[in-house]
Design a protein around this ligand. Structure first.
Ligand code: PXP
Length: 249
């Protein structure tokens, strides 16, 4: 079983690339953001190479693999193209996410239980290549059990519903979603899975999740990149780190 320990912060830099791509040029550079995040003390960088390349590009992934000292968590859909790219680069971790072209962001978790055989075959070569395989899922016992059966080492629980409910003032829903995240973190840890949480986290929502002892990593992007406009990337990350450490302490 993964020992309980300190909480890692993975910074997702996708939306630096979103701003760059809005003008089609080279700035702002996601690699520069990744290096600054690394200097600010983050424990990893997350980047999602989407099928439509709307933000992160193939060249960004190549660059990240060359320059980073912290681990890269490569988010990808379960497609053959992405599997080939992951096998070429062998990042520290791959996080398998569902992907729909028409969505603005990753809306829900992966349906592992329905596609167990296919996913088991899909992740086996990634594991064999030395990548830690993470599966992005909702706080749902059935999905966690399936992720465990297919051989994933890590699950990342989708915190979007909890965060949306908080920011929309639906506090009963928020508390219910938070309780599900808490229960399912403990359940997954009990199966021997390493537990990560991500999506939609902000300064207001991070602490209750950071306080769960079984959670080993939070992956946070959109809010931090937005906050960087106002206070700079490194101070934005430092404040998130401080809140996480306070909650954990
Ligand atoms: N974790 C996963 C698996 C994701 O797909 C995303 C969004 O790309 C994040 C974390 C980060 O979410 P956000 O940008 O809302 O902080």
């Amino acid at each position: 079983m993964t020992p309980l320990g300190s909480l890692r912060l993975g910074v997702n830099i996708d939306h630096v690339a979103t701003v760059r791509n809005a003008r089609g040029g080279d700035t702002p550079d996601p690699l520069r953001a990744a290096l600054m995040a690394q200097e600010a003390g983050c424990d990893g960088i997350t980047a999602h190479l989407r099928e439509d390349r709307r933000h992160i590009s193939d060249a960004d992934i190549e660059g990240l693999m060359e320059v980073l000292n912290v681990p890269l968590n490569f988010e990808m859909a379960a497609t053959e193209e992405m599997q080939q790219i992951a096998l070429r680069h062998r990042p520290h971790a791959v996080c398998i996410v569902p992907e729909k072209r028409e969505e603005r962001t990753t809306e829900g978790g992966l349906e592992v239980a329905r596609e167990e055989n296919k996913l088991a075959h899909f992740i086996a070569p990634l594991r064999d290549a030395g990548c830690r395989v993470s599966i992005f899922i909702g706080a749902d016992q059935r999905q966690i059990e399936a992720a465990h059966r297919i051989g994933a080492q890590v699950i990342e629980l989708h915190s979007g519903a909890y965060c949306d409910a908080h920011h929309e003032g639906r506090f009963d829903d928020r508390d219910r979603e938070l309780e599900a995240l808490r229960e399912m973190s403990a359940f997954a840890h009990g199966l021997g899975l390493e537990v990560h949480v991500g999506h939609g986290l902000t300064y207001e929502t991070v602490q209750p999740v950071a306080a769960f002892p079984e959670v080993m990593e939070l992956n946070i992007g959109h809010f931090l990149i937005g906050e960087a406009i106002f206070r700079g990337l490194q101070p934005a990350i430092a404040e998130m780190r401080r809140l996480m450490d306070d909650a954990r302490g």
